[in-house]
Every structure is written in structure tokens, then in C-alpha cells.
Design a protein. Structure first.
Length: 286
């Protein structure tokens, strides 16, 4: 899938990783290796290393390779790679409009947006998904017929803390055990990753966008999804963070709640992801 910014410029970061994933997912030997790599104990082992001081040597090369502007983040010495990976951004670097009519992005990410049909299903490339399978709740899935599902895919160079997109009351949480496939679109050509991966979701009665669902999806080498314990939420407030690896935030909104910006809809229809930042406006109230 092509990644573009809001001006339509193609982004080319991550080609090396894409080539590796094509070998893993696109060859017989690669898929044999995947049977081990997607297991939880491998992610746990990787997490142990990334939390150790041994991993500090990876930080400087990673910053250079991915051209990360560290002036945006808190200036301190990092104890491990994971300590660096979960770094906090400086206050004011991700502003958002307080306007109740504005829908904001929950994370720095690559965004795709899809319409949910009357059977509570949706297509991603050539893979058809059931919302009931994603949520493991067919009755809840029916409430989102004709609504929107938005995929905010975080890559390793993104800021890995995510926020609530509206004020509201938290009315439910659910954790689903699963595997740890990469969330790169390449994997979707071979596996239905969004119904196989480990994931956690929160049901929110929001102030401006109705009963919505915010889900976090674990991915290859992500040992933990860390959500803060909340009963109320506020627009722009941190919801949680991912430890090392690429990962995804999913937002589900009901019919007639939001109008998504045209460039995002058009890009998604043409198999393009749109680069967005935490707090950036991506739509407006219906």
C-alpha cells in the first residue's frame, strides 16, 4: 500500500522493512519462520531485551536511520531501547482544536478509512473482514452497520503514545488474546491479521460522536499494550502507549456521526494510507 501525506506526496520510508516482510510472508520458508515469530513468547523475549540496558546501543542508529527529530521529545538519558521507544513528546508539539465539531487523530500514524456495510463487514484490499470477528461480539458489531472503521497504523518511527479523540464516559473494556503478526499491509495479503492479532478495545459513550469504540492492536515484537485505567475520558488526553514494535489503533463510529475529510476517503479507496499526526483534524461532526 502506498503512503502519502496530506498534500499527496508519496512517502518512501521503510522500504528495507517492506522487503524483509515480503520474504517472510511471501515465501514458504518465511511462513515457516512466522509460526514461531508470531507467538507471544517470542514477543515477550524481544520485550525483555528491549527493556534491558543491552538495547541502548540501538537508539542512536535508529534515530539516524529514521531521521527522527528529537527536539520534539523530552530531553533525557534513556535507560533502554523501550524507554526511548515510549518517550514522551514535549507539551504543545501535538496541538488540537478544542472545537466539538472537529474529529482528531488519536496517534501519529498512517490512516485508512473504510465503510462498514449492512452485513457488518468491510474490505481491506482483497480480504473481507467481519466486525463481529474483530470484536468477538456479533450484537455489538450490528450497531456499527453503515458506519466507519478507521485504521491508524503506527510504524516504528512514529510516536507510540495515543490519545482519546473526544470527551466521554467509558462503559466497557475487552481484551482478546491472539497472535502477533506485523500490521504492515503486506501481511494482510496472506493472513486476516485484524481478527488474528492480540487486541484490546474500549467502548466509549462520547460527547460528540455517539457510542464509539477505540481499539489497540498488538503486532510483531509488541509485548504489551499499556492502557491507563480510566472511567471518564477527555479529548486529547493520553489513553495509553505501545511498547516496542509497529502497532495499530482502530476507531469505530456509527452511521451519521462523522464526515471524514475527502482526501482520506479518496486515498483509502485507491489503496493509499494518509500520514496524520496526533491531534490533527481528520473530519467533522455529521
Amino acid at each position: 500500500m502506498i503512503v502519502v501525506d496530506r498534500l499527496g506526496n508519496v512517502q518512501t520510508n521503510g522500504e528495507g522493512q517492506n522487503n524483509l516482510l515480503k520474504k517472510l510472508y511471501g515465501t514458504f520458508l518465511g511462513r515457516c519462520a512466522l509460526k514461531i515469530l508470531v507467538c507471544k513468547f517470542v514477543s515477550d523475549l524481544g520485550g525483555w531485551y528491549m527493556n534491558s540496558s543491552l538495547s541502548k546501543r540501538r537508539i542512536a542508529p535508529f534515530i539516524k536511520e529514521n531521521k527522527i527529530d528529537m527536539s520534539q521529545y523530552e530531553q533525557r538519558e534513556f535507560k533502554s531501547y523501550n524507554d526511548f521507544f515510549t518517550r514522551k513528546i514535549v507539551d504543545g508539539k501535538r496541538p488540537f482544536l478544542a472545537d466539538d465539531n472537529v474529529l482528531i487523530s488519536p496517534a501519529d500514524s498512517k490512516l485508512s478509512c473504510y465503510k462498514i456495510d449492512q452485513d457488518s463487514r468491510f474490505m481491506i484490499k482483497d480480504t473481507r473482514y467481519s466486525l463481529g470477528e474483530l470484536l468477538e461480539d456479533d450484537e455489538l458489531a450490528k450497531e456499527y452497520m453503515n458506519g466507519y472503521w478507521m485504521i491508524f497504523r503506527l510504524t516504528v518511527d512514529d510516536y507510540h503514545r495515543y490519545s482519546f479523540i473526544d470527551d466521554g464516559k467509558i462503559i466497557g473494556n475487552k481484551y482478546i488474546k491472539g497472535r502477533f503478526h506485523t500490521v504492515n499491509p503486506i501481511a494482510n495479503d496472506y493472513y486476516p491479521i485484524y481478527k488474528q492479532n492480540s487486541r484490546s478495545y474500549t467502548i466509549i459513550e462520547s460527547k460528540n460522536f455517539g457510542k464509539m469504540i477505540q481499539m489497540e492492536v498488538g503486532a510483531m515484537m509488541v509485548g504489551r499494550i499499556v492502557n491507563h485505567d480510566k472511567k471518564q475520558c477527555f479529548k486529547g488526553e493520553e489513553k495509553g502507549y505501545f511498547e516496542f514494535g509497529g502497532s495499530t489503533v482502530i476507531i469505530l463510529l456509527k452511521e451519521n456521526q462523522v464526515v471524514i475529510d475527502n482526501d482520506i476517503i479518496e486515498n483509502s479507496m485507491n489503496d493509499k494510507e494518509t500520514v496524520v499526526k496526533l491531534g490533527e483534524t481528520i473530519g467533522k461532526k455529521y
